[in-house]
Design a protein around this ligand. Structure first.
Ligand SMILES: C[S@@+](CC[C@H](N)C(=O)[O-])C[C@H]1O[C@@H](n2cnc3c(N)ncnc32)[C@H](O)[C@@H]1O
Length: 267
C-alpha cells in the first residue's frame, strides 16, 4: 500500500471531519439511536473499546493508526497516562494531529510509521489501542507479532475492527486496492474467528469480545442524518464517502460485515 493510495482514500474523510468539526475518523457507537451527536458517538466507541482496561498516571499507551489524533487526546484527557504515543501511516494526518494538540496539550507524541513494524522499544507499552485501522493491514500476523513485542507482560491490546465471515463476497474489493482514488478500498478483512485464532497463536489471552455492529450502525445513521441536514451543497468533496458510509451501515445491519471489539492480554 502506497502513501498515495492511502492519502487518496482518506482525503474525503479529512474534508468531512473539517466540515463537521470532528476529531476522529471512526464510525462511532450509539447505545441508543438519536441520543447524541456523531462526535459524541465517536468518543463513546473509544470508551467502549477501552472498557475496564486499567490506564493510570503510570501507564504508557500506544494508539496505532491514530488518524488525526482525536482518540489519543481523549484518552489523555480522561485517564492521564504518563505517556501517549499516536502512530499513524499518513504524514498529513500526523501533522493534523500535531497541529490540533500543540495548542491544547503538548503531551501526546505523534509519529509517522507503519503498524507492521512499530518504531517502539520492546516491552515498553502497557496498553495498545487500535481502532478501525487493522482492516487496512495486509499482514495482520506481522502486526500482532509486533504488538506482542512492544507490550509489557500482562499488557493489553484493545482492538476494534470491521470484520466479515463472508470473505469471498468482499474479494472483488481488493482489486480496487491499487487505485489512487477515494474509491479504492485498501481493505484486507479478517473474521472475528481469524482474530481469536491469531490471538492465541501470538501469545495473547482474549479477555473481552463484543459484537458492536448494531450500535455502530446506529451511530452511522445519526452521523449521516447530520450530514444530510446540512444539505447537498455542503457535502461537496465528500459525497462519495457519504455513500460509502451509508453502504457500510446497510452491510452492518444485514450482517455482511460486523464491527467487533476485542481486549486481549499479553501472556
Ligand atoms: C478509520 S481511521 C481510524 C483513525 C482513528 N483510530 C480514529 O478512531 O479516529 C484508520 C487509520 O489507520 C491508518 N492506517 C492505515 N494503515 C496503517 C498502517 N499500516 N500503519 C499505521 N496506520 C495506518 C489510516 O491512515 C487511518 O488514519
Amino acid at each position: 500500500m502506497s502513501q498515495k493510495t492511502m492519502e487518496a482514500h482518506y482525503a474525503p474523510n479529512w474534508k468531512l471531519t473539517r466540515a463537521h468539526g470532528l476529531l476522529g475518523y471512526n464510525c462511532g457507537y450509539a447505545a441508543k439511536r438519536g441520543c447524541d451527536s456523531f462526535g459524541e458517538h465517536q468518543r463513546s466507541l473509544v470508551w467502549r473499546l477501552i472498557g475496564d482496561t486499567p490506564i493510570d498516571s503510570e501507564s504508557t499507551a500506544l494508539d496505532i493508526g491514530c488518524g488525526i489524533g482525536g482518540p489519543s487526546g481523549w484518552i489523555l484527557e480522561r485517564f492521564g497516562p504518563r505517556r501517549i504515543i499516536g502512530l499513524e501511516y499518513l504524514g498529513s494526518s500526523v501533522r493534523a494531529a500535531e497541529d490540533r494538540w500543540r495548542e491544547e496539550d503538548p503531551r501526546p507524541v505523534f509519529l509517522q510509521g507503519d503498524a507492521h513494524c512499530l518504531p517502539v522499544a520492546d516491552a515498553s507499552v502497557d496498553v495498545i489501542f487500535n481502532l478501525e485501522s487493522a482492516l487496512h493491514y495486509a499482514d495482520k500476523d506481522a502486526f500482532l507479532t509486533d504488538c506482542r513485542r512492544v507490550l509489557k507482560p500482562s499488557g493489553t491490546l484493545c482492538l476494534g475492527d470491521i470484520t466479515t465471515s463472508h470473505k469471498l463476497l468482499f474479494a472483488p474489493a481488493s482489486w480496487l486496492n491499487r487505485l489512487p482514488s477515494q474509491f479504492n478500498s485498501n481493505i484486507h478483512l479478517w473474521s472475528a474467528g481469524d482474530y481469536q485464532a491469531a490471538f492465541s497463536r501470538h501469545g495473547f489471552e482474549l479477555l473481552r469480545f463484543e459484537r458492536a455492529s448494531r450500535p455502530v450502525a446506529d451511530s452511522l445513521a445519526d452521523g449521516l442524518k447530520e450530514i444530510r441536514k446540512r444539505g447537498w451543497a455542503a457535502g461537496r468533496g465528500f459525497r462519495g464517502r457519504t455513500a460509502f458510509l451509508a453502504a457500510l451501515e446497510i452491510l452492518l445491519r444485514c450482517k455482511g460485515l460486523s464491527y467487533d471489539l476485542f481486549a486481549a492480554k499479553r501472556v
